[in-house]
Design a protein around this ligand. Structure first.
Ligand code: ADP
Ligand code: MG
Ligand code: ZN
Length: 561
């Protein structure tokens, strides 16, 4: 069946191959498994359910939150020769009846529905009488209150699925879902033993910036002047703010349009289309703008005000660089905007106290993002539970050029291998002492000074080493047990470092002292370590003292130790 899927991909869509995540998700659906697919914006989620829809017999139901989104998709599909339709409140009586007729005649492959439709029992009964192949829920995060875009009507979906009374597979798709939201989607949609595919969230071509204490208007104008002819979006948090920024930029003779929920639909639409067709260079908008808009050459996204959470931020910022070309994502940070967001949360009558707490937490994470000195990308990816994280990306404001980092993988391996050897019996105080090569009665009594790691990091100063071990713990490469005598323990990420599936890069200005790393001997030792490990077929994480290492390098062949 997968071959059939590939043929369709080529013949109908004209694409040579599936993107990695797409193939996994399509496979899951084709096996008729419940599937949760998380792909970044622009990752190609539509194809994930459209192709199975073509392969299966019967009609595929697609639940989608926005009328404009449905229309775009259905138009495109019909142009591709795939018979599809939508039912929502924008249809005239006649159009509605015609679609119902085509459905009865089994002339439609994909039917897009607004979740509001699903409340109507007569309607769901009608759907129940059709030959349905499976159900796709697009923008599935809308079902979760913990998500950033909760839609009440999405809560109707589970009942609808149940009412169909058959074992229909459900495919849920979204671009943004923290682990918590993922769990919520699975529970709410009652996905059974779902195949979950989460793509990495990283968008390496995007560069992140946070600007503090700038005059927003001035900053924006000078940015726009420096980036002539580049299309971009400027988000502001209120309609009023959009109106005033728009007027200001218009006055400065920029090619600019605006978009927010308070404008009439026709004007909004015209602006959107002119922006997409490059007739307007800049769009000033509230967060009402963007969902489902496929404009690939957006070169920058500026946030005039801090958004309410990182989910919104990353989704909106992620509209830059969808063609894979460069994209700059700039957040302007001002204290007053945080107050405004707090005000929004506090004064929302509909929000329960529990939910308020949750929203404050999210806002805190967003504010925190604006204040860190470490890698912005790392922060985002961690937030979304992405496993493939480096703490230095080289492509955000806080990571400068590559010359500013140092590779600390080997030093981390030294610490981790001692912790491993000790079978989690040592606290960080003793670990520090052993690595520094300091004896005390406990160390001598236990023979810890005989370990090969004893004195292995004597080139560190005590405070540097303490800082480093703290760093490993706080970044999750080591676990510190609870209790009154906490000990250090290895965890999953420790092994990623030990087995070199991950490397530990740190910005130099974060580290206390770097004299040692500028020493050519350090480089040479690392080289040796790797050479020997390779020759002897051991993982490099079996640590030799620097001296042993140099000895080993002199003697050939090498004995077992
Ligand atoms: P999403 O819903 O995940 O944001 P879309 O489904 O709108 O993304 O797809 C984004 C773009 O990627 C579309 O232009 C789509 O045609 C294109 N696309 C999807 N799959 C592939 C593929 N396998 N190869 C190349 N382009 C693809
Ligand atoms: Mg989509
Ligand atoms: Zn970075």
């Amino acid at each position: 069946m997968l071959n059939r899927a590939r043929t369709l991909l080529k013949d109908i869509y004209g694409y040579e191959e599936f993107r990695f995540g797409q193939e996994k998700i399509v496979k899951g659906i084709l096996k008729r498994r419940d599937t949760l697919g998380i792909l970044p914006t622009g990752g190609g989620k539509s194809i994930c359910y459209q192709i199975p829809a073509l392969i299966f017999d019967g009609i595929t139901i697609v639940v989608s939150p926005l009328i404009s989104l449905m229309k775009d998709q259905v138009d495109t599909l019909n142009q591709l020769g795939i018979s599809s339709a939508y039912l929502n409140s924008s249809l005239s009586r006649e159009e509605y009846a015609a679609t119902m007729r085509r459905l009865r005649q089994n002339k439609i492959k994909l039917l897009y529905l607004a979740p509001e439709r699903l409340i109507n029992e007569k309607f769901t009964n009608f759907i129940g009488g059709l030959n349905i192949s499976f159900i796709a829920v697009d923008e599935a995060h809308c079902i979760s209150q913990w998500g950033h875009d909760f839609r009440k009507s999405y809560l109707e979906i589970p009942r609808f699925i149940k009412s169909l009374g058959r074992e229909l597979p459900v495919a849920a798709l979204t671009a943004t879902a923290t682990p918590k939201v993922r769990k919520d989607i699975i529970e709410k949609l009652q996905l059974e033993n779902p195949m979950v595919y989460v793509d990495g969230f990283d968008r390496p071509n995007l560069k992140f910036f946070v600007k503090k204490g700038e005059d927003p208007e001035q900053f924006i104008v000078s940015y726009l002047e420096k980036h002539r002819r580049q299309p971009g979006i400027i988000y502001a948090s209120t309609r009023k703010e959009v109106d005033s920024l728009y007027a200001y930029l218009k006055l400065k003779a920029f090619s600019v349009g605006k978009y927010h929920g308070g404008m009439d639909e026709k004007e909004r639409k015209t602006n959107q289309e002119e922006f997409i067709r490059d007739k307007l260079r800049i769009m000033v908008a509230t967060n009402a703008f963007g969902m489902g808009i496929d404009k690939s050459n957006v070169r920058f996204v500026i946030h005039r005000n801090i958004p309410s959470d990182l989910e919104s931020y990353y989704q909106e910022a992620g509209r830059a660089g969808r063609d894979g070309g460069g994209g700059e994502c700039i957040l302007l940070y001002n204290e007053e905007d945080v107050n405004t967001q707090e005000f929004f949360i506090d004064n929302n009558e509909e929000t329960s106290d529990k939910l308020k707490m949750e929203k404050f937490k999210k806002l805190d994470a967003m504010v925190n993002y604006s204040s860190i000195n470490s890698c912005l990308r790392e922060y985002i990816l961690k937030y979304f539970g992405d496993k493939r994280i480096k703490n230095y990306c080289g492509n955000c404001e806080n990571c400068h050029g590559a010359e500013d980092v140092v590779d600390l993988t080997v030093d981390a391996q030294k610490v981790l291998s001692l912790v491993g050897r000790s079978r989690s019996s040592l606290g960080s105080y003793t670990v520090t002492k052993i690595l520094l090569g300091e004896r005390d009665s406990k160390i001598e009594r236990k023979g810890l000074d005989k370990l090969s790691t004893f004195g292995l990091m004597s080139h560190y100063k005590r405070n540097e080493l303490e800082e480093f071990i703290n760093y490993l713990t706080s970044e999750g490469y080591l676990t510190q047990s609870a209790g009154s005598y906490p000990v250090l323990q290895l965890n999953g990420r420790s092994f990623d470092l030990l087995k070199e599936r991950e490397s530990l890069l740190r910005r130099k200005d974060e580290v206390v002292s770097f004299d040692y790393y500028e020493d050519p001997l350090f480089e040479r030792l690392n080289e040796l370590r790797r050479e020997i490990a390779e020759k002897e077929d051991v993982a490099p994480y079996i640590i030799f003292s620097d001296l042993t290492l140099m000895e080993l390098a002199e003697r050939k062949p090498v004995n077992r130790w």
